[in-house]
Each structure stands twice: as structure tokens, then as C-alpha cells.
Design a protein around this ligand. Structure first.
Ligand SMILES: [Fe+2]
Ligand SMILES: [Fe+2]
Length: 280
């Protein structure tokens, strides 16, 4: 079985390309049984799910997905210029989609379990955030352009920590279920998330020391370590990078923005260069 992974297509930014045709070709050329999209395919859950449906009509490869942050952003119907706040509903739409949700349809094949689910950021990848006082945290969060998307009505600055905590709870439940099965300890596990589980997957320069806070959570990697996860596929940062730490291989499969591509005018080549294939 051959499973391809790719994230951060950002089709609504990378507008001058025919993604349906190129993806169908890439699935064919790579002989994929399944392709998993790791979030930030399009802005808004409806647009993303409709794209996956149209792609599924064009290819024999099974199309699965996990949500990124951009699938949870949406334009309010009443006021097209402001962002709506029903991210929870968008998350449910993505996770509960029977046809495409990897969360609903984990892959069990041979020795392998491939799972996927929601992920978010809780600032824990930032070196000093935990040590800041309340005022410093408030100032830090106000500087962040993402902050406005997910404030609740009480302007609760802890909303992102809560969303991350829920995603960690769901991930731990999946991992525990696998390990508690008969012969569960023998399974190899691959976990797909949109956000980063390790600061090392991001840029190390001090210039980026603030933005790393919004890239994910170090607690994903802690779960990987305690449950012996073999492979983590992530995206979000738009930095393709592979590294090994404490027995887990981490692979970032972001396609990212067109101006950073290696093959700027050839989407198919760029896709083939980006898609990570797990052959099991
Ligand atoms: Fe992205
Ligand atoms: Fe993202």
C-alpha cells in the first residue's frame, strides 16, 4: 500500500495553477492508493471539502484529509470583510466528514496504523512564554495576527491553549486505543497533524523566535515519545524538513506559497518533489 502525504497547498493563494489536474496526475504517477492532505488546502471547511470531492471524482486514489488552521477560517455571510467565529463548527465538519476524514477513517495495514486529527498551537514551542507574567503574555498575544481569529466572546486569551488541549486529548485517546489492542505494542504508528510538534522543525534564527509560538505544541512530541510513535507527518510552517528525534521521524510536507517553490511554473513537478510516500 502506498500512501502519499502533502499539506499547505493554499489553493486560494497559489491561484495560477490547475490543482485538480496536477494532483490527479501526481497520484497516478506515484501509484498512490491513498493521498492524505494535511491541512491548509483552502480557506474555509466547505471550500476544502468540495475540492476533495472534486478531486475524488478525478482519481482512483482515495482522498483523505485532516484540518489545518485555514480550514477553520471563514468569511461571515453578513459581512464579507470580517472573519466569523464558528471555528468549532468548521472543525466538526472536517473531522466528521465520513468520506474524507482520516480522523474517522484511520488506516490499519499490515504492521502499520496511520492516524490523523486536529492540532493547534499553545505557545509551548516558544522558549519563554510560560515564564511571562500576565501583562507580558497579553502584549505578546496582541502582536500576533492569528490571535483575532479565535477569540471567544469573552476575549479569552486562553482559547488557543484550550483548543490544543482538546486535540492532545483526542490524539492520546487514539494512541492508547492502538497500544491497548491485542499485539498493540507491535504496531508501527504514523500520526498526521497540521501543526509542528517540535521547535526544531522551525527556523532556528532569533528573528523567528516569536512566530514559533504559533506553530504548534511541544506536547504532541511528548505524546509521540511516550507512545513510541514511529513517524509524524506535519505541515503549517511551509518549511520542508525531515529529522529524527527520540526514535520518531518527523517529516514536514508543506507545499507552501508559489514564490518559494523550486519549480515555480511546474506544479506537477513541485507536487512530486513535495509528496512524502509511505510504502507499507
Ligand atoms: Fe499554511
Ligand atoms: Fe497552517
Amino acid at each position: 500500500m502506498r500512501i502519499g502525504f502533502i499539506g499547505d497547498l493554499h489553493i486560494d493563494y497559489n491561484t495560477h495553477h490547475d490543482f485538480l489536474t496536477a494532483l490527479a496526475q501526481a497520484c497516478d504517477q506515484l501509484d498512490l492508493d491513498t493521498i492524505v492532505f494535511c491541512g491548509d488546502t483552502l480557506t474555509g471547511a466547505e471550500k476544502a471539502l468540495s475540492f476533495y470531492g472534486r478531486l475524488q471524482d478525478r482519481t482512483q486514489t482515495r482522498v483523505l484529509q485532516i484540518p489545518g488552521n485555514h480550514e477553520l477560517y471563514c468569511l461571515s455571510e453578513k459581512n464579507k470583510t470580517s472573519l466569523c467565529l464558528d471555528a468549532d463548527e468548521y472543525m466538526d465538519l472536517m473531522l466528521n466528514d465520513e468520506a474524507t476524514s482520516l480522523f474517522k477513517n484511520p488506516i490499519v495495514h499490515g504492521q502499520w496504523c496511520i492516524i490523523g486529527g486536529p492540532s493547534w498551537y499553545d505557545y509551548s514551542l516558544h522558549r519563554n512564554y510560560r515564564r511571562m507574567d500576565a501583562m507580558a503574555k497579553h502584549r505578546f498575544l496582541r502582536r500576533n495576527p492569528e490571535y483575532k481569529y479565535l477569540q471567544n466572546t469573552d476575549q479569552n486569551p486562553f482559547i488557543n491553549e484550550k483548543i490544543t488541549a482538546r486535540s492532545l486529548m483526542l490524539m492520546e485517546r487514539q494512541l492508547r486505543t492502538i497500544r491497548e489492542r491485542a499485539h498493540g505494542k507491535e504496531y508501527k504508528i504514523c500520526s498526521a497533524i497540521h501543526m509542528l510538534p517540535l521547535a526544531e522543525m522551525y527556523k532556528s534564527s532569533h528573528v523567528w523566535a516569536t512566530t514559533v509560538a504559533f506553530m504548534g505544541s511541544k506536547y504532541y512530541a511528548e505524546l509521540y515519545e511516550s507512545y513510541g510513535v514511529d513517524l509524524c507527518i506535519c505541515a503549517h510552517s511551509h518549511i520542508r524538513r525531515t529529522l529524527m528525534k527520540n526514535g520518531t521521524t518527523y517529516v514536514n510536507v508543506s507545499l507552501g506559497h508559489n514564490f518559494k517553490w523550486k519549480y515555480k511554473t511546474d506544479l506537477l513537478k513541485e507536487l512530486l518533489d513535495t509528496i512524502y510516500v509511505l510504502d507499507i
